[in-house]
Ligand binder design. Structure first.
Ligand code: PLP
Length: 427
């Protein structure tokens, strides 16, 4: 894009910052070609599933009350199952978040005396409370479900010896988190997840392999269900909702395990038969249809951010050259001032609440102040442009989302400009 007085006057972007951004954009042209190829393939996948299930506007009708005979809901679940090459799906607005969907998948498939194993280190923050790693009212540990963990090796690889040792006769379910979450570790490629699942199944083929797929959907052309996962779980206000889903979660996989989750979400004897959709089904379909494109834009933003800060001498994860496994980009910003300025800049680039200045605050459940930049149409939606950071050394910031590549770029450039304006760095 040409730089002109409109951009300068409205957004305060300087010619130096803009030129630097353009130079970076040129350096990653070939990454963008690869991302476009993945987007196109995933667009085929979503289209095929909708056509195969004969999606029609009669499926967009709202149901209320019990929600019996909600044809749109049933088709939506089959479309999700087909997109992920799975037997069955549970895709509901009553799954209120990713954490809730994971809770339902776990609670539905585990019984007292069963053990969960995480062979990829500590799970996402909210899951720690669900499992009972962190003491929390109503956690699975209160129901006699135990937990074991094997950390990743220092080089990011799987600790196969200790995983083998950790598996015992009570091990019922293995949980594998695809995205790094707020850890400074590599996110897991689908291929790597496949290796891990094969290893676990070679020890005991009856162990349920569940993948927390949050932030991973449509980043690659295959999904964990293509490499042996029995269940995958995610949030509709992240990748697969395409920015249009106003709420929801999904669970897809083997029919038996999805059914176990369904009777936990609703009631034994009712399962998937009930659950009104209240008119949001069209948004869930349209969001899924847009998701490959939206995810592609987010991944471009992540690569751009990575290259931009690599070029300024910061540590980034992953590097701009690495293959992506999720939409999250981490940068080590070295100082609290940098973190705050970057996040405030991201907020300035939002379509909603752009005039709000985020500040670090003591959020419950965290051991340090946290700053969050989010100006989203859907509250808390992190497929929309967003950045979060625990404000403590080494000052890592986690960036994700952007409903289009262009918006991701604009937000990132404003983030950088804010740091430059505060005299924190020079281009
Ligand atoms: C976001 C996320 C979750 C939880 O999802 P919420 O919708 O925020 O409850 C779980 N695991 C991972 C890896 C996530 O990124």
């Amino acid at each position: 894009m040409e730089f002109d007085s409109f951009i300068k006057d409205n957004f305060g972007i300087s010619a130096e910052v803009w030129e630097y951004a353009i130079k970076i954009e040129r350096e990653i042209e070939h990454n963008f070609k690869e991302i476009d190829r993945i987007t196109e393939y995933n667009q085929f996948k979503v289209l095929a599933a909708m056509q195969k299930n004969k999606l029609s506007d009669t499926h967009f009708a709202a149901t209320t009350g019990y929600g019996y005979n909600d044809l749109g809901r049933d088709i939506l679940e089959q479309v999700y199952a087909d997109v992920f090459h799975a037997e069955a799906g549970l895709v509901r607005p009553q799954l209120i978040s990713g954490t809730h969907a994971l809770t339902v998948a776990l609670a539905g498939n585990l019984r007292p005396g069963d053990e969960i194993l995480s062979p990829v280190g500590i799970p996402y923050d909210t899951l720690q409370g669900v499992i009972g790693i962190r003491k929390e009212r109503g956690s699975l540990s209160e129901f006699g479900i135990t937990y074991k963990q094997v950390d990743l090796l220092p080089d990011g690889g799987f600790d196969f010896d200790n995983i083998r040792k950790a598996i015992n006769k009570n091990t019922k379910l293995v949980t594998i988190q695809r995205s790094k979450g707020y850890e400074w570790r590599d996110s897991l490629s689908v291929e790597k997840i496949g290796t891990l699942i094969s290893f676990i199944k070679s020890i005991n083929k009856n162990i349920i392999c569940m993948v927390d797929n949050c932030y991973g959907e449509f980043v690659e052309t295959i999904e964990p269900t293509d490499v042996g996962a029995d269940l995958i779980v995610g949030s509709l206000i992240k990748n697969p909702g395409g920015g249009l889903a106003p709420i929801g979660g999904y669970i897809v996989g083997k029919e038996e395990f999805v059914e176990n989750a369904a009777v936990r979400l609703t009631s034994p004897g009712l399962g998937k038969e009930v659950g009104a959709t209240l008119g949001i089904t069209p948004a869930l379909f349209q969001g899924l249809f847009n998701a490959p494109q939206v995810v592609g834009g987010s991944v471009k933003g992540a690569v751009f951010l990575s290259r931009l800060f690599e070029g300024l001498g910061f540590k980034v994860l992953p590097s701009s050259m690495e293959k992506r496994a999720d939409i999250v980009q981490s940068i080590q910003l070295k100082t609290a001032e940098n973190v705050i300025a970057f996040c405030q800049g991201i907020q300035k680039g939002a379509p909603v609440d752009s005039y709000v200045k985020p500040e670090p605050w003591d959020m419950p459940g965290y051991d340090c102040p946290v700053i969050m930049a989010a100006g989203a149409f859907v509250q808390g939606s992190s497929i929309e442009l967003s950045a979060d950071a625990p404000v403590k050394p080494p000052y890592n910031v986690f960036f994700q989302g952007g409903l289009s590549w262009h918006h991701a770029k604009i937000g990132i450039v404003i983030g950088l400009q804010t740091m430059v304006d505060k005299g924190l760095l020079k281009i």
